[in-house]
Design a protein around this ligand. Structure first.
Ligand SMILES: C[S@@+](CC[C@H](N)C(=O)[O-])C[C@H]1O[C@@H](n2cnc3c(N)ncnc32)[C@H](O)[C@@H]1O
Length: 223
């Protein structure tokens, strides 16, 4: 589905928007191949395990190319996928169309979600909070749109232990330029807690098949 204010394209007629930075287009094209090895080495399974508990009205922020799509239980009442970057969103729209799943794709940033308070039972963030421009603002929005009793389900890569953190700090600039805004040294779990979220950490894991600076993963839910 096209985002608000966007023209709908007939299926199969995707045409790249030449006003979009070539790096962003290239990043979107390379995203799935870059993650393919790590998906095979456990990430796809982790997505499935986490999303099995999605229920009710579900919102995913920064849905990217839609790697979570096949992992949602068929029983969820509604699935809304937001993705602000046009080249990623174009791929997401095509994946949704191919999947035959009923899902709405919207062009909203996590910092300004176009939904009323308490709209969703489940909010999903996988590998997104490292990249949003204003993580505290995004977390306030996630809390706002969660219904009472609702949960945020997350898989995020985080700041490592002392030795790795030093390398993450050293490489934060080049990594951010390469990975389109991703902060490899961000203490995301602490950010969640600082926003008053009650975090249940389900697992720590290593994002195998990816560069060391983004390998430490935290998987959990929060309310
Ligand atoms: C590393 S990708 C993760 C994609 C997907 N969630 C996954 O698990 O594969 C980060 C995504 O966050 C999106 N993003 C960047 N800034 C954002 C923002 N302010 N709000 C929501 N998403 C954002 C990017 O466009 C990109 O699709």
């Amino acid at each position: 589905m096209a985002g608000p204010g966007e023209a709908r394209r007939p299926p199969g007629t995707y045409k790249p928007d030449m006003t979009i930075a070539p790096w962003a287009r290239l990043g979107a094209r390379l995203y799935d191949p870059f993650l393919a090895l790590s998906e095979r080495r456990g990430m796809a399974e982790r997505r499935g395990a986490l999303l099995a508990s999605a229920r009710g009205r579900v919102l995913e922020i920064g849905a990217g190319t839609g790697l979570n799509l096949t992992h949602y239980p068929a029983e969820v009442d509604e699935l809304v996928l937001t993705e602000p970057e046009p080249p990623m969103r174009a791929r997401l729209e095509r994946r949704v169309a191919r999947s035959g799943r009923a899902a709405t794709v919207l062009a909203a940033p996590a910092e300004a979600l176009p939904f009323a308070d308490g709209t969703f039972d489940t909010v999903v963030s996988t590998l997104v909070l490292c990249t949003v421009a204003d993580a505290p603002a995004a977390l306030r929005e996630l809390r706002r749109v969660l219904a009472p009793g609702g949960r945020l389900l997350f898989i995020e890569h985080v700041r490592g232990g002392a030795r790795l953190a030093r390398r993450q700090d050293r490489l934060a600039g080049p990594w951010r330029a390469f990975a389109q805004g991703c902060r490899c040294n961000q203490p995301t779990l602490e950010l969640l807690e600082r926003q008053g979220l009650d975090v249940v950490e389900l697992a720590r894991a290593s994002w195998r098949g990816m560069p060391s600076v983004v390998r430490p993963l935290v998987i959990g839910h929060a309310a």
